[in-house]
Design a protein around this ligand. Structure first.
Ligand code: SF4
Length: 493
């Protein structure tokens, strides 16, 4: 996952607001970040680590211009160096910068094509660079018919080239030097991209596009819906906006955004993340009562904080006390998105501190958002037992994660997924819990789609049911991508 944001203003510099936006998107990636603006020239600052550590007054003061994009990176493809940070840039044609959230399934084939056929140099291993070059090459080589078309039509043709060639998930924001901002989302709309608008006193409007709406309120933007699957938006520097949907397929946004990634205060695809998590807890409680009518825990504890909302409604439905029996140190990064398993394991006891008074001599039910590798959950159970719990029950708001994600979430190899290799009984023994219960797939889908004025056909659940939306994931492809991922992992250890 990554966080991406673009702001185009008619009247004021955008660097400060891009910085604030990245702070609000920091939970989507902590590996690297960058901001690129333009004002006759591109101005760029990128770095590794947290947003607050990359930018300072001095480098921010160089980011001039009223149009810009920002990115916070969580690596799914590519290494961990500054070259892999976004936005990325090409000077031909016009000068184009781009950043994205997503992951390409056919990156290797496209990278070869771009270098050999289009004769464009790729300088990193991040997949946005491939999208950038396909777009730039198409814009630089319009068909004879397109040459006389409007600039927006030329942009649509270039994005159509991306839609035709690029397979996978991508929500993209780009800027074209001295012209404006281009925004598009893959035809399945797998990764999120929301829109906001700000009406200025002089009657002009500013526009923001972002992975989440988390910064809209503080920056004075009103939510203005979503970039639709297969939609292309072009905003000129004077605020004139053009939009067209050229390739729409089944709308299948990522279900894991609602389970784990997105901040609860955001609305994605017209569905409140907070409310969907409440419904996940309700559905779990219903299942618990059906399966274990005679077992009632003494307390319900969420772990970690992304499970708070589901745990709250679960406890309410069971009429059991909700307890913050595991205190989360807010200054430790999210373990799921830290590179390297050893680091991840080590950080759990720094991150969560059990409160003995809440736990000792009680039947404790822990609610987690999901169980991916299983190591974090096992460690949590151990800690709760060490602090004197009588029995430990464990429930997951997400069904068993059995398949890798090729659309931008870092759980790529089947060997790492505990539910891909073990039965629920085996996982229960591995974790050392008295009862282990998962959400059902249909109940999760219902929790996400029950409410909201949305046009979701069905959420992507490929990591749960193995049904890959783009239809081009086969055994050979899986093996190739897993080998590539293992190689990258071995290089960073
Ligand atoms: Fe999201 Fe899972 Fe689909 Fe990946 S496979 S996009 S994590 S639902």
């Amino acid at each position: 996952m990554c966080g991406v944001v673009g702001i185009i203003s008619t009247h004021k510099p955008v660097a400060g607001e891009l910085y604030d936006s990245l702070i609000h998107l920091q939970h989507r990636g902590q590996d690297a970040g960058g901001i690129m603006t333009y004002n006759k020239r591109f101005h760029i600052k990128k770095g590794t680590g947290l947003v607050r550590d990359i930018f300072d007054e001095q480098n921010m003061s160089r980011l001039l211009g009223k149009v810009g994009i920002g990115h916070t990176r969580y690596p799914t493809v590519g290494g961990f160096s500054i070259e892999e940070a976004q936005p990325v840039l090409t000077h031909v044609p016009y000068g184009i910068a781009m950043a994205h959230n997503g992951n390409l399934v056919n990156y290797s084939e496209l990278a070869e094509e771009v270098e050999k056929k289009d004769r464009r140099h790729i300088n990193s291993s991040v997949d946005i660079e491939v999208i950038l070059h396909i777009f730039a090459h198409a814009l630089d080589h319009p068909s004879p018919k397109n040459q006389s078309e409007s600039f927006f039509n030329q942009i649509c043709s270039a994005v159509d080239e991306v839609f035709d060639r690029v397979k996978g998930a991508y929500s993209v924001i780009g800027t074209i030097m001295n012209k404006g901002m281009v925004v598009f989302r893959d035809p399945h709309g797998i990764r999120p991209l929301v829109k906001g608008i700000r009406h200025n006193k002089d009657g002009s409007t500013d526009h923001i596009f972002a992975s989440e709406s988390t910064m809209f309120y503080s920056l004075g933007f009103e939510p203005n819906g979503n970039v639709q699957p297969g939609e292309i938006i072009w905003i000129e520097e004077d605020g004139t906006i053009h939009s067209r949907i050229t390739k729409e397929k089944e709308f299948t946004p990522c279900v894991f955004e609602y389970v784990y990634f997105a901040r609860p205060d955001c609305i994605q695809n017209d569905v409140s993340v907070y409310r969907s998590r409440l419904r996940m807890g309700q559905n779990l409680a219903k299942k618990w009562k059906e399966r274990y009518p005679n077992i009632t825990p003494d307390i319900v504890i969420p772990a970690p904080s992304t499970a708070n909302t589901a745990a709250l409604s679960f406890a309410n439905e069971l009429n059991v006390r909700y307890s913050e029996g595991l205190y989360k140190n807010p200054f430790i990064g999210r373990t799921f998105i830290m590179p390297g398993n050893e680091e991840r394991k080590k950080s759990i006891r720094y991150k969560l501190v059990p409160q003995e008074l809440e736990i000792r001599d009680k039947n404790v039910l822990v609610v987690d958002d999901s169980i991916v590798r299983g190591n974090t959950s096992r460690e949590i159970v151990r800690m709760v037992r060490e602090f004197g719990a009588k029995q430990v029950f464990f429930i997951s708001a997400c069904p068993p994660v059995k398949f890798p994600c090729y659309y931008g979430v870092d759980m790529p190899t089947r060997g790492e997924l505990t539910a891909a290799n073990q039965s629920i009984e085996e996982i229960q023994r591995f974790m050392g819990v008295d009862i282990l219960m998962y959400q059902e797939i249909e109940d999760l889908k219902e929790a996400v789609t029950r409410r909201g004025d949305h046009n979701i056909d069905k959420p992507c659940m490929a990591c749960l049911d193995g049904k890959y939306i783009t239809g081009d994931i086969n055994e050979k492809k899986m093996e190739a991508m897993e080998n590539q991922r293992n190689l990258e992992r071995s290089q960073i250890k």
